[in-house]
Design a protein around this ligand. Structure first.
Ligand SMILES: Cc1cc2nc3c(=O)[nH]c(=O)nc-3n(C[C@H](O)[C@H](O)[C@H](O)COP(=O)(O)OP(=O)(O)OC[C@H]3O[C@@H](n4cnc5c(N)ncnc54)[C@H](O)[C@@H]3O)c2cc1C
Length: 383
């Protein structure tokens, strides 16, 4: 990657080359193979990123639509998802296997796919939007602390803080993604995870919602909480790194104009599960397409409108449903009811996974099962 002194821009300039930025570049070049696309990132690739490394199969579906296939063919799929809260638990095979891929690997492959599609990658830290005046359209894909979002004056929504490390996978946890929700007294959703990577190591971590007026937990405290919820998981752990998660709300709406926000920069992380790679790729592809079409139509200022038209049907309903579900899950009783209902019925489990990993809804099956489990005598204990 070259390291210039002034900011290199082209008709479409994308700030940040994580999953959202790489997808934007791929989406744009797929829509218009002649469009000049520059991807700017402050880091050299491969680079690490604090993450649970869980990749939903839906991410691969989206990429296949723009001709990017075989990205994770060499990775071991993860088939089992185990959820627990105190003594309530469910462990089932997922309708479709997921992947656990270190971001140093996943993001480098996505950047390579963007370059193969014709985008130019340049190492450059963007400090202000003024640097990008020459670009017809700018996509802000610069993550949780987005410079582009701040320059647009868009507010930061609710935020979580999480830590991640790598530790040897215990033999009985191979092929499993394990999530342990916080117990009585914890503000939900708060959870610890251990995701088997399939190569002898597991991605282990813990995250919780940050609350106004309360000091953020220290790194040591986050690791301590992980060990409390998943005993033994931090043993021989290395590469501890923490990061903020900007959580989505039901009020999400893209702005008009020639500057678009995608992925974490747009505040798009599932408030129930902390999943953000699906949204990053979905919004990245949509923004890239919208930008390419607006530039081709000689109407760069219409890029935001096009992006909004493409993403609202994709995400608006889903985001309302996840906002509702995450509000409900703040009650330990509701969370327990969800786990019990999922243990009873594979369809409920599948619907919950879809809501947490991609763009599922609170289906009638899920709502009815949840209500029944909530009202069942076993859940009448005070929580
Ligand atoms: C601990 C943790 C666990 C998580 N677990 C999961 C999980 O298991 N599954 C999941 O789907 N999601 C998970 N997430 C969320 C996921 O990591 C993000 O949603 C995802 O990385 C968003 O991708 P992005 O491309 O929007 O941003 P990022 O991946 O953050 O990429 C942003 C890029 O912009 C670059 N950049 C930033 N500022 C500038 C600048 N000023 N100039 C130039 N470049 C810049 C950065 O170097 C970076 O490459 C987790 C998050 C955390 C913190």
């Amino acid at each position: 990657m070259s390291a210039p002194t002034s900011t290199p821009t082209s008709a479409l300039t994308i700030v940040g080359a994580g999953p959202a930025g790489a997808a934007a570049a791929i989406g744009a070049r797929h829509a218009d193979p002649s469009l000049e696309v520059t991807l700017l990132d402050r880091a050299d690739f491969p680079r690490d990123k604090a993450c649970g490394d869980g990749v939903a199969p839906h991410v691969l579906d989206l990429l296949a639509e723009v001709g990017v296939t075989g990205l994770l063919d060499d990775r071991e799929p993860v088939t089992t998802l185990a959820l627990s809260r105190g003594g309530t638990s469910v462990e089932r095979t997922m309708a479709r296997p997921a992947y656990v891929v270190p971001r140093a690997v996943l993001d480098a492959r996505l950047v390579e796919a963007a370059q193969a599609a014709g985008a130019t990658l340049v190492r450059h830290r963007v400090r202000s939007l003024d640097e990008l005046d020459d670009a017809a359209v700018v996509v802000g894909a610069d993550g949780a602390h987005s410079v582009v979002r701040k320059a647009l004056g868009r507010p930061q929504g609710p935020t979580a803080l999480a830590i991640r490390g790598y530790a040897p996978t215990p033999p009985d946890q191979r092929g499993t993604q394990r999530i342990a929700f916080g117990a009585q007294g914890d503000v939900q959703p708060t959870y610890a995870w251990s995701f088997d990577r399939g190569d002898g190591l597991a991605n282990v971590g813990y995250g919780e919602l940050l609350r106004a007026g309360r000091a953020a937990p220290t790194k040591a405290r986050l690791v301590e909480r992980l060990e409390e919820l998943l005993p033994g998981s931090t043993r021989a752990g290395t590469d501890w790194v923490g990061h903020h998660l900007p959580l989505s709300t039901s009020r999400w709406h893209p702005a008009d104009g020639r500057v678009l926000l995608v992925g974490d920069a747009a505040g798009l992380i599932n408030p129930m599960t902390g999943e953000g790679i699906f949204y990053a790729v979905a919004t990245g592809l949509a923004a890239g397409r919208a930008a390419a079409e607006a530039i081709a139509a000689g109407d760069p200022d219409g890029a935001g409108r096009r992006y909004s038209r493409a993403t609202r049907p994709l995400l608006a309903g889903h985001l309302r449903h996840t906002a509702l579900a995450s509000r409900l899950c703040r009650s330990g009783r509701v969370l327990d009811a969800g786990l019990r209902a999922s243990a009873r019925d594979q369809r409920v489990f599948d619907d919950l996974v879809e809501l947490g990993l991609a763009r599922g809804r609170v289906t009638p099956t899920l709502a009815l099962a949840l209500a029944a489990a909530y009202l069942a005598p076993t859940s009448r204990r005070p929580r």
